[in-house]
Design a protein around this ligand. Structure first.
Ligand code: HDD
Length: 688
């Protein structure tokens, strides 16, 4: 490996590290810089003799390799990080003195790491799971981390339950499985005994937990935080990231198949979008409210299992996050990035939410374990981009070591600095607190069902069915009948019909009694349309991908119209064929094939188009993967465009008699354009 200065030099020349300019191949060295003569053979006593301990190059190479791994994150191990920036739309000086919100148009560098929670580093992307949405903002006054998720509530109310909650969902300790799945006894046992999780369970069983892409999901800071202005006046705030491309999820059957076809589906999607220059964007929305609202709101704003419906506190959009650069090195950036909820800046403050309070200990502590040194802030991805002056010193891997004799404060050497500065420094909001020291849960946290119900009734019938199906699927993997029944007893407090549906799918005879509840469910909470994915469709096909199934002599004219229409829409296509390489279109021109059919099933695409040659369509008809490409797309309610020559394939897929308005004949430019307009609905739900 070249050293740091070599890397810089290589980059400076516009090349990648290790890229070699003609005539200047670098010499391979040891870590100590000693050139290596032979990297293929260890040093032996005779050609067939034992290897000598003296072989310093071999020993160093194996030593370093043996120590390549650091502990994976105990949760959120599988993640994908990218760089970008945050742009402030307008000054928020009236609300906060946070430097990032003072100037209209301010650009702040950002690093975002998306993740799943449960699975280990090598688990598939499309597990049913919460997605982490952690944002590091390198502001002029220090790093501010919003360590959020794609779901605005959490399983538990108090951090003391976090280890139990995580133990229950991870693989069971005796057998070491299941991996990256909540569908097992331990998880549902814990949940069935933890009614505060019911609201979160509704979200996790909804399609929010199987997003189509990181680009098409929301992010939430979850807790109530505070913003404090120059005068020391505070308001509460909740953070929302709204994707410009809208929300979209996959179906469960797709998720299962995608995990086999492309376990890296989400990271590949984000990587490709950024490499292609199609930079994903989110807007930062704030729900701002004061103590008066907090007092009269029907739930406690310090309870992380509750939302504040957008109908009650509308979102104020204050800026945008643009992700525009992939990492240079996955380990250095994505693995080593260390998010901490305690990383806040002047003008933002914590609230007394007991989940957040516990998190503020946990993140710093975990980084020490993971990264091995209190100097993890010296790692470039974690280092602030503003000046840093302090007297913390030494320790493992101390990279930036101050010169001179001063390492304490106050001191009288030179100008005596650096010194604290009350005008510029972080001042905690002087919230009055008091009371007896006691281990209790506030009574204001006691309603566990009303918002779970509100979420459920806010969904379209299709989404409600998905929730019922997901619950039945997960519980069908639970082997202990009393756990299944306990869950149904909670569901009865949320929605009778939902409970009955799930009980029926699990063949539970006779409904159990509803679970005992500290407070009765409030049936008067109105639906909140913002909670549904389908009610908030993007009305655009931008950022989406069509799979074009072709064979030799495939319809080149339709492909050209499609390419133009997709370009106009901001979407893309890939060509799938029975073989890899290239094929000849009907106009004789060469078409590059992106995926051989068994590597490109239709679950990887948002819609499909079938463009075979009339003479060669049988290559597809006789190919099982090609037939399933079509039948799966149909069963997954996808839009299907096809030319006349595709008829034999439609027959083989058994859909020729079921063609509906989601299936669109393509023959000329107008028909292709009309097809893309249809695709904006993302799925043809009427198909049932
Ligand atoms: Fe956490 C990682 C989000 C509750 C303790 N958490 C972690 C990450 C995200 C969240 C996005 C991954 C960061 C990255 O990409 O590196 N966590 C949340 C949210 C929560 C939450 C939105 C509830 C509102 N977490 C939570 C609690 C605790 C933790 C209550 C402990 C008391 N979380 C951790 C951790 C992790 C972590 C063990 C594992 C790796 C890491 O921190 O860096 O400290």
């Amino acid at each position: 490996m070249s050293d740091e200065s070599d890397q810089k030099a290589a980059r400076g020349k516009g090349g990648e590290v290790h890229q070699q300019a003609a005539g200047e191949i670098k010499v391979l060295t040891t870590q100590q810089g000693s050139p290596i003569a032979d990297d293929q053979n260890s040093l032996k006593a005779g050609a067939r003799g034992p290897t000598l301990l003296e072989d310093h190059a071999l020993r160093e190479k194996l030593f370093h390799f043996d120590h390549e791994r650091i502990p994976e994150r105990v949760v959120h191990a599988r993640g994908f990080g990218v760089h970008g920036y945050f742009e402030t739309y307008d000054s928020l000086a009236d609300i906060t003195c946070a430097d990032i919100f003072q100037r209209k148009g301010e650009i702040t560098p950002a690093f975002v790491r998306f993740s799943t929670v449960v699975g280990s580093k090598g688990s598939p992307d499309l597990a049913r799971d919460v997605r982490g949405f952690a944002v590091k903002l390198y502001t002029e006054e220090g790093n501010w981390d919003i360590v959020g998720n794609n779901i605005p509530v959490f399983f538990i109310q108090d951090a003391i339950k976090f280890p139990d909650m995580v133990h229950s969902v991870k693989e069971e300790p005796d057998r070491g499985f299941p991996q990256a799945q909540s569908a097992h006894d331990n998880f549902w046992d814990f949940i069935s005994l933890t009614p505060e999780s019911m609201h979160m369970i509704m979200w996790v069983m909804s399609d929010r937990a199987i997003p189509r892409s990181f680009r098409f999901m929301e992010g939430f800071g979850v807790h109530s935080f505070r913003m404090v202005n120059k005068e020391g006046k505070a308001v509460f705030v909740k953070f929302h990231w709204k994707p410009k491309l809208g929300l979209q999820s996959v179906l469960w059957d797709e998720a299962v198949k995608v995990n086999g076809a492309d376990p890296d589906f989400h990271r590949r999607d984000l990587w490709n979008a950024i490499i292609e220059g199609d930079f994903p964007e989110w807007e930062l929305g704030l729900q701002i409210f004061d103590d008066e609202f907090a007092e009269q709101f029907e739930f406690d704003v310090l309870d992380a299992t509750k939302i504040i419906p957008e109908e009650q506190i509308p979102i104020r959009v204050v800026g945008r996050l643009v992700l525009n650069r992939v990492v240079d090195n996955f380990f250095a950036e994505t693995e080593q990035v260390a998010f901490c909820t305690q990383n806040i800046v002047r003008g933002i403050d914590h609230s007394e939410d007991p989940l957040l309070q516990g998190r503020n200990f946990s993140y710093l502590d975990t980084q020490l374990k993971r990264l091995g040194s209190p100097n993890f802030t010296h790692i470039p991805i974690n280092a602030p981009k503003c000046p840093v002056h302090h007297f913390q010193q030494d320790g493992h891997m101390a990279i930036y070591n101050p010169k001179g004799r001063v390492n304490y404060e106050p001191n009288s050497w030179g100008d005596g600095g650096p010194r604290e500065c009350p005008e510029k420094g972080f001042i905690s909001y002087p919230q009055e607190v008091g009371g007896e020291k006691q281990r209790v849960r506030s009574e204001s946290f006691a309603d566990h069902y009303s918002q779970a119900r509100q979420f459920y009734i806010s969904q379209t019938p299709i989404e409600q069915q998905h929730i019922a199906d997901a619950l039945a699927f997960e519980l069908s993997k639970v082997k202990t009948p009393r756990i299944r029944e306990r869950i149904v007893s909670h569901l009865l407090n949320i929605d009778q019909e939902l409970a009955s549906k799930v009980a029926e799918m699990l063949a539970i005879e006779g409904l159990p009694h509803p679970a005992e509840a500290a407070l009765p469910t409030r049936y008067d909470l109105p639906p909140s349309d913002k909670l549904s994915i389908l009610k908030n469709g993007p009305q655009s096909f931008k950022g989406r991908k069509i799979g074009v199934l072709m064979s030799e002599d495939g319809n080149a004219a339709v492909l050209k119209y499609l390419e133009a229409a997709l370009q106009e829409e901001g979407a893309i296509y890939e060509v799938i064929a029975p073989h890899a390489g290239e094929l000849k279109g009907s106009d004789g021109a060469i078409i590059k094939i992106d995926e051989k059919i068994d590597g490109g099933p239709s679950v990887l695409f948002d819609a499909i188009v079938i463009l075979p040659g009339a003479e060669t369509v049988n290559m597809l008809v006789s190919n099982y993967a090609a037939v399933r490409f079509v039948s799966d797309a149909f069963n997954h309610n996808k839009f299907i465009g096809y030319v006349d020559a595709a008829q034999p394939l439609l027959n083989k897929a058994n859909i020729e008699d079921m063609l509906d308005n989601g299936c669109h004949p393509l023959n000329d430019e107008a028909s292709v354009q009309a097809f893309i307009v249809k695709c904006r609905d993302l799925r043809y739900w009427k198909r049932g």
